[in-house]
Design a protein around this ligand. Structure first.
Ligand code: GTP
Ligand code: MG
Length: 561
């Protein structure tokens, strides 16, 4: 990079001074030197005569990229976006600047060093006579939790300053790389993420939600390095958090080789753009993380169409806000999804694609409807298992029907609906279905895209609301499921409340909970616990006494429980 410009506070400078600054910019520094004595002297003398700090940005080849004029106390480093950090540990640019009173490096200098990942930062003191005084140098350190991310070398008189820049920078880069490798396995292809929650909600609420975000991240094969929870007095409109906090976040991310920020709050397109630009990291929110999991799990045609539609609907408002941050995304999270060419398609084409997919979804829905009407005609009762994700729905379907739907300790393991027949004694038979799980704060567009799948629930004669009662927040999960069932306008279908994973609970506690809530408890992993469920299903479907008004209460009084 050649000398580009003099930037900063140049107002009021004489033409001769400007020319001198420009000449300074065309100097070249040998690779083995931080700065030559001649360049240092020109720098301090000019600085002395204009009573302003002057800085140089120098690249690895020793070319001066820019000359910056500041005021008495500071310089402002211009945009360094020409020097992309990418996967490198250092920017490849150092900053050398004067300090008029021979003062040491300031906090702002050190923040610039860490924030911009400069090769080093040096302050050269200006003596009374305008000659170079004391030089202070600082450089970054490998990740060292708890300590400052940089080291300040002891200031020395400029004439005694000796540092072979080429070998210094080579060993520093090596050290940084090894330091990071000691912390994280760099061959591990997974994204390394920091989870962020910035909200006015209470800390307890934020912690519960971020614990779930951590599970979502795990389900999406993301390595979570840290979580940041903040409860500010006011939400910053651009970055959610204040500038100080985001600086801290950038420094931590750079130190730990973070590649991804995941926000627990849903971000506006403008926020994604602003945070992506300032942090130079990929930024996604909760919804996009869920969409990414969905796109991993969608196997059937139905599933794929629905997920792609949801992704495009999410993308559309973000297209006009597309930024350099987005165009840098290469594959991985946020890159997976509606085709490789996603970033090239313009709004028009996205809209066309949405219209096309919606038509396709209509056709799929029609096919669903036909299958459903056959099922309904057959007169066989339909029982659907619904519940929070990871409650054990697929495990239960498998246990009841000896099927092999994939079950995993991951959120959203199931996306497609599975339907099986289940025979009871006395020639009775039901159709039982397992479908996609629910989660709190499910974005409406996502719910909308899953209509065909969720529409199946409409035909159910009975909904089994399965709850992982061993989950620390099972009650909140129950409320979320009730809310979603309400949104789907399904509250009229009789429900059976079933607490799963009783094997993880104290039997007395679970007994009381069941009495209190009018539920029955089972363990889908223990077949011997299932007859109480099957007889409850039979009773609800075939016993004339069963009240449809209040399914929970009727169970409480039901026989055989
Ligand atoms: N201890 C215990 N674990 C269970 C029980 N039932 C299911 N699990 C485990 O819970 C995890 C989730 O089970 P799934 O059947 O995949 O849950 P799901 O509700 O279908 O989840 P999604 O499809 O992701 O919404 C698996 O690791 C199961 O082995 C149970 O009764 N006891
Ligand atoms: Mg499942």
């Amino acid at each position: 990079m050649r000398f580009q410009a003099i930037s900063g506070n140049i107002a009021g400078l004489k033409a001769s001074q400007l020319r001198a600054l420009e000449r300074l910019g065309y100097r070249k520094i040998p690779r083995s030197k931080v700065i030559t004595p001649e360049a240092a002297r020109t720098l301090t003398e000019l600085s002395h005569s204009i009573r302003r700090q002057i800085g140089l940005l120098v690249d690895r080849a020793g070319e001066i990229d820019s000359v910056i004029v500041g005021n008495e106390h500071e310089i402002v480093i211009p945009d360094l976006s020409d020097y992309r950090l990418g996967r490198r540990r250092l920017r490849g640019v150092r900053c050398l600047h004067t300090h008029l009173k021979n003062e040491p490096l300031t906090r702002d200098d050190l923040t610039d060093l860490a924030l911009l990942r400069l090769d080093l930062i040096a302050a050269i003191g200006v003596k009374e006579d305008g000659l170079p005084g004391v030089i202070s140098v600082a450089h970054l350190l490998p990740p060292n939790p708890g300590n400052e991310p940089y080291e300040i070398l002891s200031p020395v008189d400029f004439h005694h300053f000796q540092l072979d820049f080429a070998s210094f920078i080579a060993s520093l880069e090596d050290e940084l790389e090894r330091g990071l490798a000691a912390q994280v396995d760099l061959r591990d292809p997974r994204e390394r993420a920091i989870l962020v929650s910035i909200s006015m909600k209470s800390r307890a609420v934020q912690e519960e939600s971020i614990a779930e975000l951590r599970e979502l991240a795990r389900s999406d094969n993301v390595l979570v390095l840290e979580t940041v929870i903040q409860r500010p007095k006011q939400i910053h409109p651009k970055y959610l958090m204040g500038e100080g906090k985001i600086r801290e976040l950038i420094i931590t991310s750079l130190q730990q080789g973070v590649t991804l920020l995941i926000f627990d709050q849903n971000l506006s397109p403008g926020q994604v753009k602003a945070i992506g630009e300032i942090t130079e990291l990929k930024v996604i929110d909760r919804t996009q993380l869920i969409l990414d999991i969905f796109s991993r799990r969608a196997h059937s045609r139905d599933g794929k169409v629905q997920v792609e539609l949801a992704q495009l609907k999410y993308l559309l408002p973000r297209l006009s806000e597309r930024s350099t941050a987005l165009s840098r995304l290469t594959g991985g999270i946020g890159g997976r999804g509606p085709g490789e060419t996603r970033l090239e398609v313009d709004r028009r084409r996205v809209k066309d694609k949405i219209a096309y997919l919606e038509k396709e979804l209509d056709q799929l829905s029609r096919a669903h409807r036909e299958r459903r009407s056959k099922r309904i005609k057959s007169g066989i009762p339909i029982v659907s298992i619904v519940g929070y994700t990871n409650a054990g729905k697929s495990t239960l379907l498998n246990a009841l029907t000896e099927s092999h739907v994939q079950t995993q300790n991951l959120l959203f393991a199931t996306l497609d609906t599975t339907t099986r027949r289940l025979r009871f004694p006395q020639e009775r038979e039901i159709i039982i279905t397992d479908t996609v799980g629910f989660i709190q704060d499910l974005p409406p567009d996502l719910l909308g895209a899953f209509r065909p799948t969720l529409d199946e629930l409409r035909d159910a004669d009975l909904l089994i609301h399965l709850v992982d009662v061993s989950h620390p927040h099972f009650e909140h999960q129950m409320e979320a499921v009730d809310r979603i069932l309400g949104d789907l306008e399904l509250p009229h279908i009789p429900r059976l409340l079933v607490f799963n994973k009783e094997d993880q609970m104290d039997p007395v506690v679970i007994k009381n909970l069941c009495r209190l809530r009018g539920a029955i408890s089972i363990s889908a992993l223990h077949l011997e616990s299932l007859p109480k469920l099957t007889s409850a299903i039979e009773e609800r479907l075939w016993s004339p006494k069963a009240s449809l008004e209040d399914p929970h209460l009727s169970l409480q009084t039901g026989k055989g429980l």
